[in-house]
Design a protein around this ligand. Structure first.
Ligand SMILES: [Zn+2]
Length: 442
């Protein structure tokens, strides 16, 4: 990436002036960052992974914990009873230095390959530089990443050390790596309380926080290391609960477990309580107050749930009432439209054709015959009369008469199929149209 901003241009220029990682630094990495193995056979022969020298050792004392020293090259070896003949290892280490006011973390990858009986092969390449400005702004220089996304030891070795957009991997390689013990530190970091101990925090995070966040500086200087570590890894709580934290400190309140205390404050917030009131945030019995707040929140949720349930029941009841009202209205409308035809029966002694006299009868007719006389709302149609042609109690076909022409327009049996009585029913109804007409004018 071509450097664009002023700071990127400056970092790129300064980076080119850095000396390569020195031979002393590489030797330190070789000694401290990778494992040195003494391969031991059952007979007690030990082979040094570093120089390949082999010797016989009777010593019972030498094991993977105590280890032993190679008589030829002097390497301190971890003894392994193994038939393994090769070992490969990849590690990272950081050299911490300064350059023209920048705090620089230079990260190198070390790789070793040892084969039993041969001298160890050792490689070291610088892969990332983190340049931290005096106000905590980080600019990254790095080699290009290889294509294998999941393995962080894949770098494109032929690429150049260039300014690159931030990649979380750069944080990881600093966090995992060893730090070369001779460090150079910018005066701002010393002034802000850094004395050489990272307190288990990754160098990049600690430096960045110390330079850009006065709260972290305050905690470092007052020796509140645990709290500092917590706020560095929980920046949201640092942003939102810092004022409360200061109030508690001012009241000499001792917070035993900062993480739990922050949780407690979040609960108070949910309960709508004032996070600046020492009475709230500095309870005498913390555990009791914490549990009480927790129970209150649970009770609050239960109350909300119950209210929701009640609302739902009321709405349901209202909907049910609406539905009943609508049904009643439909029935009244139906009676207004069709009651003048009630009781009308057209019969030829065997088949009798009767008017359907309620919405329920439409429903039953549709259900028994598997037709849509109810579903399509025929009971609402003003110009239509629906009759049921039956023999005894059995429905044969359902008949629709158009009240404007007094002619049968539809006549069907079960599943809309015609029966053997089909034509007879149509003729019977059509020839008795007069009976329908009389009811209409009555
Ligand atoms: Zn050796």
């Amino acid at each position: 990436m071509k450097p664009k901003t002023k700071i990127q241009k400056e970092v790129a220029r300064l980076s080119a002036t850095l000396h390569p990682i020195s031979a002393t630094q590489e030797q330190w990495a070789m000694r401290h960052c990778v494992e040195h193995i003494g391969y031991r056979t059952k007979k007690g022969n030990i082979t040094c992974s570093d120089c390949g020298h082999q010797w016989h050792s009777k010593s019972e004392l030498c094991d993977s914990i105590v280890g032993c020293t190679c008589p030829k090259c002097g390497a301190e070896l971890k003894v392994q009873d193994t038939r393994k003949r090769t070992n490969k290892e990849t590690q990272y280490f950081s050299v911490i230095t300064v350059c023209k006011g920048y705090q620089v973390i230079r990260v190198s990858q070390v790789r070793c390959e040892s084969k039993k009986g041969e001298p160890m092969k050792f490689f070291c390449s610088e892969v990332v530089q983190r340049w931290i400005s005096p106000n905590g702004i980080v600019t990254d220089m790095a080699l290009l990443r290889g294509f294998n996304f999941y393995y962080c030891d894949t770098w494109a070795w032929e690429s150049q050390m260039e300014v690159r957009p931030h990649n979380s991997l750069y944080d990881d390689v600093v966090a995992w790596g060893n730090v070369y013990p001779k460090m150079k530190i910018v005066p701002q970091l010393k002034r802000n309380g850094f004395k050489g101990d990272f307190h288990g925090i990754s160098p990049i995070r600690l430096f960045k926080s110390l330079l850009s966040d006065p709260r972290i500086e305050t905690l470092m200087k007052s020796g509140e290391i645990e709290d500092m570590r917590y706020f560095i890894s929980n920046p949201r709580n640092a942003d939102e609960l810092w004022t409360s934290y200061l109030i508690a400190k001012r009241h000499h309140y001792s917070i035993n477990n900062l993480s739990m205390w922050c949780d407690y404050l979040r609960m108070l917030q949910t309960l709508g309580q004032d996070l600046r009131n020492p009475k709230n945030i500095c309870p005498e019995d913390f555990i009791e107050a914490h549990d009480k707040a927790n129970r209150k929140i649970e009770a609050k949720r239960e109350r909300e749930r119950a209210a929701e349930r009640r609302r739902w029941e009321i709405e349901n009841r209202e909907r049910e009432q609406q539905r009943l009202l609508q049904e009643k209205k439909n029935e009244e409308d139906f009676i207004n439209l069709k009651s003048k035809f009630f009781g009308l029966i057209i019969t030829d002694e065997e088949i009798s054709v009767k008017v359907l006299e309620s919405i329920d009868e439409y429903y039953n007719e549709g259900k028994v015959q598997n037709i849509c006389v109810f579903g399509s709302g025929y009971y609402k149609k003003a110009d239509t009369l629906i009759l049921s042609a039956r023999i005894g109690d059995e429905i044969i076909e359902t008949v629709e008469v158009d009240l404007r022409t007094l002619k049968v327009v539809q006549c069907h049996g079960k599943h809309n199929q015609d029966t053997e009585y089909h034509d007879r029913i149509i003729n019977l109804v059509n020839s008795n149209a007069d009976k329908i007409r009389k009811r209409m004018t009555a």
